[in-house]
Design a protein around this ligand. Structure first.
Ligand code: SDX
Length: 396
């Protein structure tokens, strides 16, 4: 309520654009990428096929997949100068601070793909960004660990290459575990796009000024970092650790009570969504992936997974959550899977950014390709002082 106007603080949630890429039915808990249900893509396709679908509107046939994979693979290395950007950071810098810097810095190297209004530049910058994000995320991880960077090995799959760059060292090769690589690939698919979420809207608004694609994607990385958005997976795992430290399953009731106390400011991280008022379909798939990975590693009794399942069960039966239509979202289980795969919690949101880059690019290119598009310029409801005159300081 603001004096003469009433408005929804989330008024940006009104339709901000028209799109053909991703469809969400929040009431049904349905998610489609270019018309394909996320359940089918996550179980029958891999991430590069999904990238092709989001970018060009169709799943590739075998020949098309081979060609797309070849093009991406040819761009997995980054300019050697990129190492010097990393050296400017403290070793304990948050990986999202590093990624925000590195992705923006890419625009300093690829002058043949910075003109967002040139379709060829858009095409090559899309391939470069998809190809280089795994390399950059792995470099951010190695830098934090104080280990040497591992260069891409292009005989490996996209996700197998990423896992090797993350976990191989000069002393020991990374022995890929197919279940873990497949789980990582599925996590990429589940995070690839999600309609006009905060970071995608940021990329669209930033790109609408005609800035280069790398800068627009860097803006998306910065927005995704927030705990209400992509940072929720890190916050959800830290929340589970806290509950575990304070008594675990037996103490869930106390935690739920704290969440219900508005003054506590405590949220059930990984729950609730601006659009889903039903179970986030990605959360179901993430839970299944969690089971598969934990079973593969002989961790079926992982206490955090058991705690998450118990927390979900209680929340889904509790009037506070039911009446507010709060269900698990993509971030509730993703942290447990990534932790089991060996990804450090500080890197979870960077992994989210790696996967969401293709969605950001697809949405940005869709906007820029529309000849009618103009620079975004949201308006406001002004409720400040009416016109008045400045008085000399002695009279203020
Ligand atoms: C992502 O937009 C996207 O698509 C994002 C994303 C993507 O793929 O890009 O899906 C990724 O960001 C998922 C969301 C991750 N964030 C979290 O898990 C953080 C915890 N969730 C909350 O911060 C919250 O649910 C939001 C921000 C996600 C949505 O907040 P809203 O719009 O306020 O939710 P709502 O309007 O449905 O809230 C209704 C009520 C409010 O209480 P009342 O004022 O009615 O008393 O539910 C409360 C909220 O305070 N509430 C929660 C809660 N989420 C909402 N209470 C406790 N725990 C929560 N998690």
């Amino acid at each position: 309520q603001t004096g003469m106007f009433t408005y929804d603080p989330g008024f940006l949630s009104t339709a901000s654009c028209q799109s053909t890429i991703t469809y969400i039915d929040g009431d049904k808990g349905e998610l489609l990428y270019r018309g394909y249900p996320i359940e089918q893509l996550a179980t029958q396709c891999d991430f590069l096929e999904t990238c092709h679908l989001l970018l060009y509107g169709e799943l590739p046939d075998a020949k098309g997949k081979e060609e797309f994979t070849r093009r991406v693979t040819m761009h997995t290395m980054v300019n050697e100068q990129m190492q010097f950007f990393l050296r400017g950071f403290r070793r304990d810098a948050h990986p999202m601070a590093v990624m925000t810097g590195l992705v923006g810095a890419l625009s300093a190297f690829y002058h043949d793909s910075t003109d967002i209004n040139n379709p060829e530049h858009r095409e090559i910058s899309a391939i470069r960004l998809i190809a280089k994000m795994p390399t950059l995320v792995a470099m951010a991880y190695k830098y934090a660990m104080g280990q040497p960077y591992i260069y891409p090995k292009n005989s490996l799959s996209y996700t197998g290459n990423f896992m090797r760059m993350m976990f191989a060292t000069p002393c020991e090769e990374y022995e890929p575990n197919d279940v873990l690589v497949r789980a990582m690939d599925r996590i990429f698919i589940l995070h690839a796009d999600h309609e006009q979420n905060a970071s995608t809207s940021t990329v669209r608004l930033c790109g609408s000024s005609g800035t280069n694609p790398f800068a627009a994607i860097a803006a998306g990385v910065a927005c995704l970092w927030g705990p209400a958005h992509g940072g929720a997976n890190e916050a959800a795992l830290n929340m589970l650790h806290d509950i575990q430290r304070n008594g675990g399953v037996e103490k869930i009731g106390e935690f739920i009570k704290q969440v219900k106390d508005k003054n506590s400011g405590t949220k059930l991280m990984g729950f609730g969504h601006r659009v889903y008022k039903n179970y986030d379909p990605r959360a179901k798939l993430m839970q299944e992936t969690c089971r598969e990975v934990l079973a593969e590693l002989g961790l079926e009794n992982d206490p955090l997974f058991k705690l998450a399942m118990a927390l979900e069960k209680i929340a889904l039966e509790d009037e506070y959550f039911v009446s507010r239509k709060l269900y698990p979202n993509v971030d509730f289980y993703s942290g447990i899977v990534q932790r089991a795969i060996g990804i450090p919690v500080s890197l979870f949101t960077a992994i989210f950014a790696l996967a969401r880059t293709v969605g950001w690019i697809a949405q940005l290119n869709e906007m820029i390709s529309d000849p009618e598009y103009k620079i975004g310029r949201p308006r406001q409801l002004y409720d400040g002082s009416t016109r008045r005159d400045v008085r000399p300081i002695a009279q203020r």
